[in-house]
Design a protein around this ligand. Structure first.
Ligand code: GCW
Length: 666
């Protein structure tokens, strides 16, 4: 027995497909049987079918072809596309590379695990092409074993500044590859202390080993880079991207790194952000910094992913002109077209920082000549720390579906990050991951739905939040219809419930500073991070219209006009864009203050109802899973009660307006 869960790969015995003759014979068309990925795919298929159905399949490789060289996103997607059909009494999985075969194998295993009929599923050829070329997880793991914003134990990559490579590493690769993830950044974007030395001899051997394991599952290894490596490990006094000495140092360094870690695919960089060094120190632009590294990395076929989370984190609260929401746009938009073609800008979904509700970053749909990658967060930093249940896939569906009006018919965020809107060389989606070394990987067992769901959605944007939740539950918890329905009833509304008992109408924050769990209405109000609600006795909200910071106008029309007008702005974002009196009437017909009272009381009651639903599963799901989630619900209810009471009391005392329904407000 392993001391960690197998989640959706636990391959419990299944009834459906027991007599399916086709599952006894597989052809992998296009596969090279010497390819490690193909070997891993065969091993996985054999293991899964043996455990679920006691079937030992015969696997034949046919029509061996050479995979395409992955010099752009299209080639990556061509290699990863797969087709499955029933042929000559067996199952044929066809692809241009081992990766496609591997994804096809996981498709078959999923069909068996959720107990769909294999015959029906593949009666007609099923063809799946990944929606995004790069589907990536970003670990914020530190080398001392801690995880920044980690809520599920310590890192399984590091302990005491050493890299761990063991059986769990391989199981991790299997787990995420099975969802469709093809890239991983294994260290925190805040690269400090030992992590700065990842690109030195101290860690090469272990990184090479790790990279091999990932490569065997089609996962590219990436490292976060310390922008000031020339200073911190090179002993130089500059990190100026235009300095000859700095450039020469990086040339030597990259030659060494790519030689020692042959599977390495590139780097992620957080520069000039929250105290991290960057090109601004030398009066250079973000493009100067990114291009310098990219030009050197190019000869190794590598990519530089450069984060757009650049803002002034030392804002004076009296300064009403500076707007953190504008910062990403203001810093990156002027150089659209200047970033070289192996640079990808990684853009957080919202302009602030992973709040429960934010508008879409205006860089998405603003930038037209730049490779782009969307960054979301499944680590529940602001969404309940994997204590509170918060299934995030419905939010991600909204983000992907957002129409940017950047021109043409393919103008949604999903279109942009698939590379199709602008014919970008590279593009994709990344999630700050929620994993750690807890037995269940994600703290709250139900948070596994976000890990599973992120990968599945990145591979197939067309899947619904319902389909994904159902797959997760059937594969990882139980196939019993009532259990499945009950857990889906918990997962699906959980994001909106969390939103209701926390911060209202898109205003965000109001969280306890530093930890970001629990309510503190004024916690960030007089702080330096640029995250205000601007509440006084008359009203609340930030004026980001043409009369305020002008942020609303950064969108393409008609979004700009919609957000700029308090009448047209959607309720759920109205306080993000407008400062409004408490008596302002929303589209819902309620006043702002009544909305605050109602949603908080309702959100708490709804959270209680979710916990009660979970209680009905006692004895019907694995005891360890039951107790884990039950314990978390206990804490969630305390949290929801506190949010409800604090927010309602705060705004009652600020506004002096009574609750229409006369409920208890302290
Ligand atoms: O707001 C912040 C988080 C930091 C994180 C940062 C980022 C890794 O609170 O913990 O640093 O976002 O995204 O870089």
């Amino acid at each position: 027995m392993k001391d960690y869960a197998q989640l959706w790969l636990d391959y419990k015995e299944k009834r459906e497909n027991k007599d399916c003759e086709e599952l006894k014979r597989f052809t992998f068309s296009g596969a090279d049987k010497e390819d490690v990925i193909v070997k891993n795919a065969s091993a996985e298929l054999t293991r899964g079918l043996a455990a679920m159905l006691s079937i030992e399949p015969v696997i034949v490789c046919a029509d061996t072809a050479v995979p395409l060289e992955e010099t752009d996103g299209e080639a990556i997607r061509d290699n990863e596309e797969y087709r499955i059909c029933i042929k000559d009494g067996g199952i044929d999985i066809a692809a241009k590379s081992g990766k496609g075969i591997l994804y096809g194998v996981f498709d078959v295993l999923r069909t068996v695990a959720v107990e769909k009929s294999v015959k029906a599923e593949y009666a007609e050829e099923k063809r799946v092409r990944p929606s995004e070329p790069l589907r990536m997880l970003n670990h914020w793991d530190n080398m001392d074993g801690s995880i920044e914003r980690g809520y599920s134990g310590e890192s399984f990559f590091y302990e005491d500044n050493e890299i761990i490579v063991d059986e769990r590493t391989k199981d991790y690769a299997r787990l995420i590859a099975s969802t469709g993830i093809n890239a991983v950044v294994i260290n925190n974007v805040n690269v400090k202390q030992a992590a700065s030395y990842m690109i030195t001899d101290r860690y090469f051997a272990k990184l090479a080993e790790l990279g091999e394991i990932f490569a065997g599952y089609g996962i590219g290894l990436f490292l976060s880079l310390n922008y000031a490596s020339t200073i911190e490990i090179g002993g130089m006094d500059s990190a100026d991207p235009l300095d000859e000495g700095v450039i020469a140092w990086w040339k030597d360094k990259m030659a060494e790194v790519f030689k020692k870690i042959p599977t390495l695919k590139g780097f992620l960089v957080k520069a000039d952000s929250e105290g991290r060094p960057g090109p601004f120190t030398y009066g250079r632009t973000q493009a100067d910094g990114a291009n310098m590294l990219a030009d050197i990395a190019k000869q190794y076929g590598a990519i530089i992913i450069w984060r757009c989370f650049v803002y002034n984190c030392r804002q004076d609260w009296r300064d009403r002109k500076t707007d953190r929401a504008r910062a990403g746009y203001d810093n990156f938009m002027p150089m659209d077209g200047d970033y070289h073609d192996n640079v990808i800008l990684q853009i957080k979904n919202g302009p602030m920082d992973f709040q429960i509700r934010e508008p879409i970053s205006p860089l998405l749909g603003g930038l037209k000549k730049t490779n782009q990658m969307l960054e979301v967060q499944i680590a529940q930093e602001y969404t309940g720390h994997q204590i509170d249940v918060c299934y995030l896939i419905p939010m991600f569906k909204e983000i992907l579906g957002f129409k940017t009006y950047c021109g043409g018919s393919k103008d949604s965020v999903a279109d942009i990050i698939s590379g199709e809107t602008f014919g970008s060389r590279y593009s994709g989606i990344a999630a700050v991951t929620n994993t750690g070394n807890d037995f269940n990987w994600t703290g709250n067992y139900l948070a596994g739905a976000n890990l599973y769901g992120f990968g599945r959605l990145a591979f197939e944007n067309g899947l619904s939040a319902e389909q994904i939740a159902e797959e997760f539950v059937r594969m990882s918890i139980s196939g019993d219809k009532e259990v499945v329905d009950t857990i889906m009833e918990i997962l699906l509304p959980s994001r909106e419930i969390y939103e209701r008992y926390t911060s209202p109408l898109g205003i965000g924050w109001m969280v306890t500073p530093a930890t970001h769990y629990g309510c503190s209405v004024d916690g960030y109000e007089y702080d330096r991070w640029g995250t205000y609600h601007r509440a006084d006795h008359l009203g609340i909200g930030v004026d980001r219209t043409d009369k305020g910071t002008g942020y609303a106008l950064l969108y393409n029309e008609p979004n700009a006009s919609m957000y700029n007008s308090p009448e047209d702005c959607p309720d759920e974002l109205v306080l993000f864009f407008h400062h409004l009196p408490y008596t302002h009437k929303l589209h819902s017909g309620k006043t702002v203050i009544q909305h605050i009272y109602d949603t908080h009381f309702e959100g708490y009651e709804e959270a209680k109802a979710l916990a009660a639903k979970w209680d009905t599963l006692k004895g019907r799901v694995d005891e360890e899973i039951f107790e884990n989630v039950k314990e978390r619900f206990g804490l969630q209810l305390v949290n929801a009660r506190e949010w409800c009471d604090q927010v309602n009391s705060y705004f009652y005392r600020k506004s002096g307006i009574e609750d229409e329904k006369g409920r208890q407000i302290w």
